[in-house]
Design a binder for this molecule. Structure first.
Ligand SMILES: O=c1ccn([C@@H]2O[C@H](COP(=O)(O)O)[C@@H](O)[C@H]2O)c(=O)[nH]1
Length: 299
């Protein structure tokens, strides 16, 4: 199958208000706050699963990947506040897959969406710096607005990412209470001084975001599927909620879990949304419907 051009189609749906302020020195949290108000809380995951390529009538190869990902971007990036490509689905095709990811990032930003790259990086500090240079420095070919990070080498090992993000007005969203059933084994573990591992991550994020207005740039991943939690989720930063859609999380779950912090929620759906394709209009309509139902989260 021949990859299609990514420019706007003459019959494309009208674009929602601009989510970003290109070129402006504006912190990620401020840009996200404006994007949520302009376009709503839906974060569109662009995850080219082999099964989805098949459902769309595409081959599970680089040409299929490119067609799938760029069609999804063309349909969704003009509509949603944030696009979240999951890096693994591009990396599985090696350097040519990563080249497609670079185009996904560039085309999404050109269409006015913020790009949160889901890479869940975390390592010793010196390597964390290299990850920060790869994803958060505008000079890098894979520079994004924000990335996901894993704190399990110790929260402080992510400092180079936070410092680099501050320098370049980018964001870092850290795993706290993930949507998968295996997460609690580590995240609910109790610390010697009291509290849980997840609670400590949330405390660190609250400290990093102290005084930031209207929203800090350092956020937490808290799944829409976690059920009940007694953790304080108000970190004055973005709350990325994967698990909405295909994993079973609903708007009601989000309201119950996040309560007063619901205004900072970015509800992420990948498969649930992408199954509306390959028709770009059907994809864009599915995103609008999701944003309409998620409007119940706004204060
Ligand atoms: O706790 C987490 C953290 C990240 N994810 C990622 O979000 C999407 C979910 O995809 P769906 O198709 O909407 O289930 C995927 O990229 C995961 O890697 C998560 O699910 N849970």
């Amino acid at each position: 199958m021949t990859p299609q051009p990514t420019g706007p189609r003459p019959d494309a749906a009208p674009r929602e208000p601009e989510a970003t302020s290109p070129g402006a020195r504006t912190p990620f949290g401020t840009r996200l706050h404006a994007a949520l108000a302009a376009r709503g809380p839906l974060c569109a995951g662009i995850d080219p699963h082999a099964g989805l390529l098949h459902e769309w009538g595409l081959a599970d190869d680089v040409a299929g990947l490119e067609r799938f990902a760029l069609t999804a971007v063309e349909a969704l990036a003009p509509v949603v506040s944030v696009v979240k490509p999951q890096s693994a689905f591009y990396e599985r095709f090696g350097s040519r897959g990563v080249a497609v990811l670079e185009r996904v990032v560039a085309a999404s930003r050109a269409a006015g969406a913020l790009v949160l790259l889901d890479v869940k990086r975390g390592d010793i500090g010196s390597t964390s710096q290299a990850y920060a240079d790869a994803y958060l420095d505008p000079a890098s070919p894979l520079a994004c607005d924000a990335i996901t990070a894993s704190p399990y080498l110790g929260f402080g090992s992510l400092d180079p990412m936070f410092d680099t993000a501050r320098r370049h007005d980018a964001g870092v969203i850290v795993l706290a209470l993930t949507s998968n059933k295996e997460g609690p084994e580590v995240q609910h573990a109790r610390l010697e001084g009291g509290g849980t591992v997840a609670g400590r991550v949330l405390d660190h994020l609250r400290e990093l975001n102290a005084g930031a207005e209207p929203l800090g740039s350092f956020g937490a991943v808290v799944g829409a599927t976690i059920g009940e939690t007694s953790e304080r989720l108000d970190v004055n930063g973005p709350l990325l909620a994967p698990g909405y859609g295909a994993q079973g999380g609903t708007v009601e779950d989000l309201r119950r879990i996040f309560g007063v912090a619901s205004g900072a929620v970015l509800a992420s759906s990948s498969r649930g949304l992408l199954r509306a394709g390959p028709d770009p209009r059907a994809l864009a309509d599915a995103a609008r419907r999701a944003n309409d139902e998620l409007a119940a989260l706004r204060p």
